[in-house]
Structure formats: C-alpha cells, structure tokens
Design a binder for this molecule. Sequence first.
Ligand code: ZN
Length: 148
Amino acid sequence: MEAKFSANAKDVMSKRGLKEADIADVVNTAEASNRKLFKDGVNLAKKRIGEVTMYAVYDNNGEVQTAYSHRMVLGEPVKTTDEPDLSDWTCKHCNERAVIGSANMSYLGVTRTGPAIVCPKCSDVWIEEYLATMTIAAAEGLFEKKKA
Ligand SMILES: [Zn+2]
C-alpha cells in the first residue's frame, strides 16, 4: 500500500513538524506487520522513529487523514481491577476489541500512568490524537522545563 496524504494531513503534518517519508514508513510497517488498530474503514498505526513515536490515521486506500507524535516512551499496560470500557478500535493482529485502559509512560527518567488504548490480548498500547497533542504534549513540556 502506498501512503498518500490528504490536504488536511499535509497541513497538520507541516504544523507538527512531521515528514511525509516518516509517516509513510509508519503506514508501510503497519501494513507489512499487520500491527494496527482499525474501525469503520480507518486505520491507526504507530512506529517509534528515533526519539519519537509517530502515528498515522489512514483509510483503506492508504490515504493519511492525520498524523501526530509524542516523545515519551510507552511502556506496559497497567492492569486495573475494574472491567475496562471498550474502545471503538479493534486490534488487527488479534482481531480483538481494544479497551480504554492505562499504560506506563516514561519521559526524561520519570514514569507515570496515563490513559491509553490497549489490546487485551497482545498488550500493545496506542495513544489517541487528542491525548498526544494536548495532554501529553503539555506534560512533556513541563518535564523539559524542570530539566532545563
Ligand atoms: Zn492485539
């Protein structure tokens, strides 16, 4: 599948400093490994490239709708005693509905627990766009200030 980019994706990626080659790599890796989430004709893939985890949201023709990234490193999902809510996403690899759970996230030597989409079968973890671009970006900024 060849990654293509919608006008919105190009706009968003240029604002977020994301390169088309990297996001195409995210899509190609997900398609080759069958490791992605999907719902209603939309796919969500991720890949750690250098110091950044990059995400691509793309349709079944490979057209990227949006892309985003975060720097903190995703760790293991955190088990809770409560029954987690189902997310809209299904893990392609396991064909298992992903849940709204939480996971360890490490940045600059500090590990915290935060909300994440988790596959209950393979324990793979994803961060949705609004969290990555709002909450996590703010937390990364705070950590960097403390270190500075
Ligand atoms: Zn899975």
